[in-house]
Design a protein around this ligand. Structure first.
Ligand SMILES: Nc1nc2c(ncn2[C@@H]2O[C@H](COP(=O)(O)OP(=O)(O)OP(=O)(O)O)[C@@H](O)[C@H]2O)c(=O)[nH]1
Ligand SMILES: [Zn+2]
Length: 324
């Protein structure tokens, strides 16, 4: 299933061929409350001809290989805020799109995405755009301990390195407004607007859609005409990942440079700043991890439990990369 709009699900009958029939379907009643999300492999019955006006029914959702989730918001005070949502099923990779300038990179956001990726058990890839405006050293330095793969994007660069990392996989792209995600999607899938526009379920082009949309990456010309080189899932509606559904321990998976320290924590240590025996403070004091990393982990911890300053909107001068 590659797109959904107002109860109409767009499905492709083959994920490997660019010209595979596209079928519009609705949920069958027997699915109960189970939601169908982009990336789901589904069983279809009824009219699967893909002819104009034809409507099939989704009767089955295959077991998911991975589940990328978010809590809609960190706001515990509203029903919406506590709602856990599946964003995409069966993704292999989370591509975190961040500009190096204009807007400046926000490691709080990147850290949040990393936690979501580890929680979903999919691989993160840092995609640093606007490399023509600023160098990557600060951001890359911050993640030095993580062996986080990254690619640099500038307007005139070829996208070969990125394309090879996307090849044969389902990759979800996330990023703040203005980082150049649309520009990148349009470069990767030159007919993205048209491709999505022709899918009746979506309406008039991608900008009318706020939910995730999967787009087939065209194979390099001459390599395998008509083949799909991989899929990217654009997530125009996802501006961040609320992490209320992730436990404090799981949250640590996004911080592999801190995990080792916690073997010296007392049992059930909450790892918060007011926990006097938390071993994380000594770990950082001993120079074994960057203090900004611990600060970021604790900001995410606090945002989860509804305490503290969740958004951290202002960049403070002592911590030029902070903010989520
Ligand atoms: N200098 C520079 N500008 C870029 C680059 N990529 C995109 N831009 C510009 O950055 C602005 C924002 O790009 P978009 O692609 O619209 O950003 P977006 O992340 O899709 O933002 P939304 O459309 O709000 O979701 C546009 O004016 C682009 O032309 C880049 O690599 N270098
Ligand atoms: Zn601790």
């Amino acid at each position: 299933m590659i797109a959904v709009d107002r109860g109409r699900y767009t499905c492709v009958l083959s994920e490997a061929a660019a010209d595979a029939p596209v079928v519009t379907a609705m949920r069958a009643r027997e699915l109960g409350r189970k939601s169908v999300v982009v990336g789901d492999r589904v069983g279809l019955v009824g009219d699967t001809s893909g002819a104009a006006g034809a409507l099939a029914r989704i009767v089955r959702i295959a077991e998911r290989r991975s589940v990328l989730r978010r809590t809609a918001d960190d706001d515990e005070t509203t029903a919406e805020g506590r709602l856990e949502r599946v964003v995409v099923a069966n993704a292999d990779q989370l591509v975190i799109v961040s500009a190096l300038a204009d807007p400046p990179p926000r490691t709080g956001f990147i850290d949040r995405c990393l936690v979501a990726a580890y929680d979903a058990d999919i691989e993160p890839l840092l995609c640093l755009t606007k490399a023509d405006l600023a160098g990557p050293d600060q951001v890359v330095g911050y993640y030095a301990e993580l062996e986080l793969p990254y690619v640099l994007i500038r307007p005139d660069s070829d996208l070969d390195a990125l394309r090879s990392l996307l090849a044969g996989r389902v990759s979800v792209l996330v990023g703040h407004s203005g980082v150049g995600k649309s520009t990148l999607v349009n470069r990767l899938v030159p007919d993205a607007a048209r491709a999505v526009g022709t899918v009746s379920a979506i309406g008039r082009g991608r900008h009318t859609s706020t939910s995730a949309v999967a787009l087939p990456l065209p194979a390099a010309p001459g390599v395998a005409p008509g083949a799909v080189a991989g899929w990217i899932v654009d997530t125009p509606g996802v501006r961040s990942f609320g992490l209320a559904h992730v436990s404090a321990e799981s949250l640590l998976h996004g911080f592999p440079d801190l995990v080792e320290a916690t073997v010296d924590c007392p049992p059930n240590c909450p790892h918060t700043p007011d926990e006097a025996d938390c071993a994380l403070d000594a770990w950082v004091a001993a120079g074994k991890a960057d203090p900004r990393r611990l600060a970021s982990y604790r900001r995410l911890l606090a945002s989860r439990s509804g305490e503290g300053d969740v958004r951290e909107p202002e960049r403070n001068p002592g911590d030029p990369l902070a903010g989520s």
